[in-house]
Design a protein around this ligand. Structure first.
Ligand SMILES: Cc1ncc(COP(=O)(O)O)c(C=O)c1O
Length: 379
């Protein structure tokens, strides 16, 4: 079976394994009787109450009210709902976003240009921190991520909120990478919209949520039967939502322990990398997620390196899962900006709390051997 393949998984910003306690909560809704959570018979009501319980778990994890949680199928859908939902209820003006946002923020904004919207792009400094200039008075929405998926760098959300407030723009915070790794408090964040995703927190793929301050009027993204407050129609994916709820509950209860574990492992990793003269670790001087290390290996093509490491049983990434595989440096690295000579040599390691110290040691040894071999090949 492919899933018994002994891989050391160091790519948790792409997705996380399913926690077995989450799976246990989901199974009754996968194996049990048919139930549509909108049906009024007892089976439907049972499914509906499981969805509502999950809503409470997600709300409590992020200090939101359950009525503020709109379930979606992914973080991507939550970002699309926020951006297109605001566009649907406003006359065209401008949307603002940092250059380092995820494609699920940037692409919907670019799409809106066809209907007369403008985009204001906010630059980042060389540490990957978003800069906040004065926004034009017709900016209706500002999107800033809480943590960048590639560098792990945390963005200053209170500054973003201040920047948005000055022009009465709605603030969308993409918390997909941050939530679960650091505490996230929707009610006190200054954001009116916030996106999160289940599969980044040891929940199943196929569930996400947009948190919404009820004062914000949004148009629907998917129309139909009107589930999710008329903003997102479609039969509920009950098992995935139940899994998301459980994963949120566990993330709330265990974040501190998880934080300590991954911080220790990251320090071990970065201490090993510091001994390698060809390595540059990015954004070490600024607040970052505890699990993410982005580094470049001078003179080594990361694509070849990643394939070799894969054959040796190590799963790492050269940037985000979305931009790697396209054969071009990611927009985040270009925005930081990283020296041109290093752009093709970037590796991202993103740790999880199930990783162990001996796995980091094995990775460092494999990396050192690979670097020696590839450097000899390139010279
Ligand atoms: C910052 C950020 N936003 C949004 C997304 C999209 O989330 P999903 O994979 O649930 O669609 C990702 C996924 O990697 C992400 O890292």
């Amino acid at each position: 079976m492919w899933y018994n393949f002994p891989m050391i998984y160091l790519d948790h910003n792409a997705t996380t394994p399913l926690d077995e306690r989450v799976l246990a909560e989901m199974l009754p809704y996968l194996q049990g009787p048919a139930a549509n959570a909108s049906s009024i018979h007892s089976l439907g009501r049972r499914a509906r109450s499981a969805v509502e319980h999950a809503r409470e778990q997600v709300a409590s994890w992020l200090n939101a009210h359950p009525s503020q949680v709109i379930f979606t199928a992914s973080g991507t859908e939550a970002n699309n709902l926020a951006i297109k939902g605001i566009a649907a209820r406003n006359i065209p003006g401008a949307m603002a976003a940092s250059l380092i946002e995820h494609p699920s923020v940037l692409k919907p904004m670019v799409g809106l240009m066809r209907s007369g919207w403008r985009i204001e792009k906010l630059a980042a400094d060389d540490q990957g921190r978003c800069l906040f200039p004065e926004l034009a008075s017709d900016v209706r929405l500002l999107a800033v991520m809480l943590a960048n998926n590639e560098s792990g760098v945390l963005q200053d959300i209170s500054k973003a909120a201040e920047c948005a407030r000055r022009v009465k723009a709605v603030l969308l915070v993409d918390a997909v990478q941050a939530a679960g790794k650091i505490p996230v408090d929707f009610s006190n964040s200054g954001a009116q919209l916030m996106s999160v995703s289940s599969h980044k927190i040891y929940g199943p793929q196929g569930a996400g949520a947009l948190l919404r301050d009820k004062a914000i009027d949004l148009g629907p993204l998917i129309e139909g039967g009107g589930q999710e407050a008329d903003l997102r129609s479609g039969t509920y994916n009950v098992a995935a939502i139940v899994g998301f709820g459980k994963a949120a509950e566990l993330a709330a209860a265990e974040w501190k322990t998880r934080h300590e574990i991954v911080s220790r492992l990251r320090d071990q990793l970065e201490a090993g990398l510091a001994l390698m003269p060809e390595v540059t670790v990015f954004a070490q001087a600024v607040p970052r997620l505890p699990n993410t290390t982005l580094f470049a290996l001078r003179g080594i093509a990361s694509e070849t390196l990643l394939m070799n490491l894969d054959k040796l049983g190590f799963a790492v990434s050269s940037g985000s899962a979305c931009s790697s595989g396209k054969g071009e440096p990611s927009h985040v690295l270009q925005a930081m900006p990283i020296a041109r000579g290093l752009l093709d040599s970037v590796v991202r390691v993103s740790l999880g709390h199930e990783n162990q110290a001996h796995e980091i040691s094995a990775f460092l040894s494999a990396l050192q051997r690979q670097v020696k071999g590839l450097a000899a090949y390139h010279t």
